[in-house]
Design a protein around this ligand. Structure first.
Ligand code: GLA
Length: 384
């Protein structure tokens, strides 16, 4: 049975009617990690995997929701004090609340959802969930919210209802994704540009370590705080500086003695990474994928040694890619587990996957999961 059929059947069974179907994707990111909340650039794209939700207003002030993959049901009201317990339901609740805070007249609805984007693999399953509901509520209740604000609703949901002080990248990619294109996004101005991505002779593939680290969200928030502390130090001399985006190596060096060694390392990584995104854009425009790949390795090194968001399994996958002669490889997303993203010449692909999977199994007792990247569309209604 397809995911859509499962959802349709369950909806019928629970609510004895039919609603509208919406879909929203997860994302990959070619380069630009932990730069979004520093006002920098990112280079994500939506993927062909995500969340699908069926929804119908129910004329009450309650939401009745069923999560197919978790086989779990929740019911909640729409006032701040009605927050549900289940963490998956808090995403839905958060989206409703954030839409209401923006003046939207959200009313009760029935919904069933399911997804095929792996959870906790760094492909933004949570952004997919937020944006499918932000998009659907906007249509069904005619809220008149633009796409930028739909992305911000998802981000604010993470901040206020899920405890993650994330940037805007994941929700933006999930809402604005376009099949076949990556998006270069300036996270300060939200100016963006689609880059048709068709690296002739290469493939993009994700290797999922299948490792999830507890405390990933608190470690994520700590990274963000480090960056903010460095900005505070810089601002004492340069009050015009708003984000690490506005700093360069020289500005960082000025405050080296005033921040902790750890915070300094974090900031060093971010300043370098923001530049790498721009370098990658330039290389892409010339069709120079070997340089793109080289920058990916540099990102991995920075994320592993300076930002310290990699782990043994991801470092292993990265080293294997290098040993195999893969053009580029790095940990993708927030880190602390999840995937590496690899830019592989076609003739190397089979050997890379076979050898790396086997070596990984010997070392860690299980194989990584393999996902070929297909760049798909952003949030949408599936059928009228
Ligand atoms: C997570 C966050 C994003 C971004 C990445 C790291 O996916 O949700 O906002 O910070 O980590 O680039």
């Amino acid at each position: 049975m397809t995911m859509k059929d499962k959802i349709r059947n369950k909806f019928q069974e629970l609510f004895h009617t039919e609603g509208a179907l919406f879909a929203s994707p997860g994302r990959v990111n070619l380069i630009g990690e932990h730069t979004d909340y520093n006002g920098g650039f990112v280079f994500p794209g939506a993927i062909d995997k995500g969340m699908i939700a069926e929804i119908k207003p129910n004329g009450t002030d309650k939401v009745r929701a069923f999560a197919v993959d978790l086989d779990d049901y929740a019911e909640f009201g729409l006032r701040e004090e009605d927050a549900p317990q289940a963490s998956w339901a808090r995403y839905l609740f958060g989206v409703c609340r954030e839409a209401i805070k923006r003046g939207g007249r959200v009313e009760g609805f029935d919904t069933v959802f399911a997804g095929d984007v792996p959870l906790g693999a760094g492909m933004s399953s949570s952004a997919a969930l937020e944006s499918v509901y932000a998009f659907a509520l906007n249509e069904l209740f005619q809220l008149g919210i633009d796409k930028f604000e739909l992305a911000r609703i998802g981000q604010a949901t993470e901040h206020h209802y899920c405890g993650v002080n994330c940037g805007i990248m994941d929700q933006f990619a999930s809402v604005f994704g376009k099949a076949g294109s990556l998006i270069r996004l300036d996270c300060r101005s939200l100016e963006y540009k689609y880059y048709p991505f068709n690296p002739v002779g290469y493939k993009l593939v994700l290797l999922d370590s299948v490792v999830k680290h507890e405390l990933a969200s608190s470690a994520y928030n700590e990274r963000r705080r480090s960056c903010e502390r460095v900005v505070e130090a810089i601002r004492r001399r340069h009050p015009e500086v708003e984000f690490l985006r506005d700093a360069d190596r020289a500005t960082l060096d000025e405050v080296k003695a005033e921040v902790s060694a750890e915070d300094f390392m974090r900031a060093e990584y971010v300043v370098e990474e923001i530049q790498r995104v721009l370098d990658v854009c330039e290389a892409l425009e010339k069709g120079d994928y070997e340089t793109v790949g080289q920058k990916m390795y540099e990102t991995h090194a920075g994320m592993s040694r300076l930002y310290e968001v990699s782990c043994e399994e991801l470092d292993f996958l990265n080293e294997r890619a290098r040993a195999c002669g893969v053009a580029g490889s790095r940990v993708m997303g927030g880190g602390f587990g999840g995937c590496t993203i690899n830019l592989v010449r076609e003739e190397l692909y089979d050997r890379f996957i076979a050898e790396t999977s086997a070596a990984y199994e010997v070392r860690f007792g299980h194989r990584p999961k393999v996902y070929d990247v297909v760049i798909g569309d952003g949030a949408r209604r599936l059928e009228a």
